[in-house]
Design a binder for this molecule. Sequence first.
Ligand code: AGP
Length: 608
Amino acid sequence: MCGIIAITTSSKTNVSKMITDSLKKLEYRGYDSVGVATINNGKIEILKDIGMIDKVNKRLSLENLRGTIGIGHTRWATHGAINQENAHPHSDCKGNIIVVHNGIIENYLDLKKTLKEKGHFFSSETDSEVIAHLMEEELKQDNPNSSKINAFKRVINKIEGTYAITLIHSKDPETIFLARKDSPLVIGVREDTKFAASDIPAFLEYTKQVIVLKNGEIATLTPQAVYIEKNGFRVQPKPVIISWTAESAQKSGYPHFMLKEIHEQPIALKNTLNIDPRVIEKASNKILEAERIIFLACGTSYHAGLSGYHQFQRILKKRPLYKVIASEYETYSHLIDEDTLIIAVSQSGETLDVMKGLGAARKTRASIISVANVIDSSIPRLSQIALYTKAGPEIGVAATKTHTAQVALLARLALQIEHDVGLLNTTEFNENLGTLVTEAPQITRTIINQNEFKAKELAAKISNQNHAYFLARGYNLPIALEGALKLKEISYIHAEAFPAGESKHGPIAIVEPDFPVVIISPNDWTAKKMLSSTEEMRARGAYIISVTEEGHNIIERSDYPFILPTSLSLLRPITHILPLQMLAYYAAVKRGFDPDKPKNLAKTVTVE
Ligand code: AGP
């Protein structure tokens, strides 16, 4: 949550234009307010206000600030109302020190009290502002000419909580100071320019050489150099070259990132399923060694984990398997010990709830396998085995291509386990693998193309509704849960998913004529029972939308059926979610909302 960018360059360019462009690429992380600060001729220039970047830029000309060093921030409010004062950057009393922060400073009230007693004047209600004042206070102890890094290190030692911090000082006009704990911060390296940002797409246009700052590391950037240290010892930076292209982080002619990302699913699946078989075999061995397995994730990634859970259950039968929403991990802590394996699923690899759960699991020496999209992010680094989805950068807040890529990767893993436990011989395994790898991208493309217009038409029909139900049974429930989450998070239609049989225990009470009910019903063992649930809903006048397959009786009992080809059961959590992603997208657009930036949400959730 919150997007940070900092740039220092020895070229004669003003960095504010680059900072503003980079902030646009980080806007998915929060968009309550935005601000930019630069150092120009030894003086800080700062502009900030509430609202989205384009509007604030139009009003204040953020991109016209002068100076070859600067920092920027796009905010998702945690401490303090959404107003101009609380917008970042924040400064010390004299306006020499400027800071942007992502995370939460847990001891800020105590620090603020002490600083106020020492005469500091605060301009905002944020926790972040204490960092600038602490730096000011620490520098009072040092010779004005001595290096500011020591004061910065003392500041970092005093704060508790989670943070990605970038700080600049008007008297040190080439240096950016960085610190990170539990909130992401990556460094971009170009010969004459250095970048620090919350996420790689922010500077992808300028460089593909990336250094991921690790927890507890403190760094300084100057146009020519990157210096990193941890616990007082120098760390040799290891840049990696990112394969993502600058275009992959742009809309490329689509009206929104979400629609582009929906259409990118065939290629995301193809790339993801092209994973090195040795990594999958290693993961399968680890899974088979474990006494119990816990899927740990949040939101859409949790739904992918649920699909994995059902696949694994079918194969591993009596092996204890659990599915845990990461923010609830404490409730399951009694299950976690050295014989436990956690499978953590996270697109960003930075979700704090998941990281907290993994932190606790590591203390018990539990094993960890992760499924993540962002290379070298925190969650893969906390794991013994990191499996990567190759979906490319996902900018829309609502996860689409990374979700189906996660499901595909877990399905690939399930197939390997099925082979390794002897349920599939090598010929059967190779046949199924071939089908998965070739069919997944193809069928996905076909379904998207055949159903996009229908999804748009249906969205227009239901866009004036306030509620919708999504029903499924058994292993199809994750599809209903994900369909409902997509619809509610971007169109703000209240959407609820539950096992179909539960409706008569309460939810059916509010069904009335035209109430949209989405029925997920492939040609499988759930078909008959889903038909009964459909009839119950129809009897109350519900408007039945079904996601079903050719030949299913439900088609004629539906007001609006999406009729998909009957596919491999492994593929259903991928294929059957596609019409619902498009329905959510077009419903949001029809209702006049920006699907890429739903209110109150951020792409990467780095607060508990
Ligand atoms: C997805 O549409 C949501 N915005 C959200 O639920 C997301 O899946 C969740 O925050 C988990 O994020 P992660 O995959 O980066 O861990």
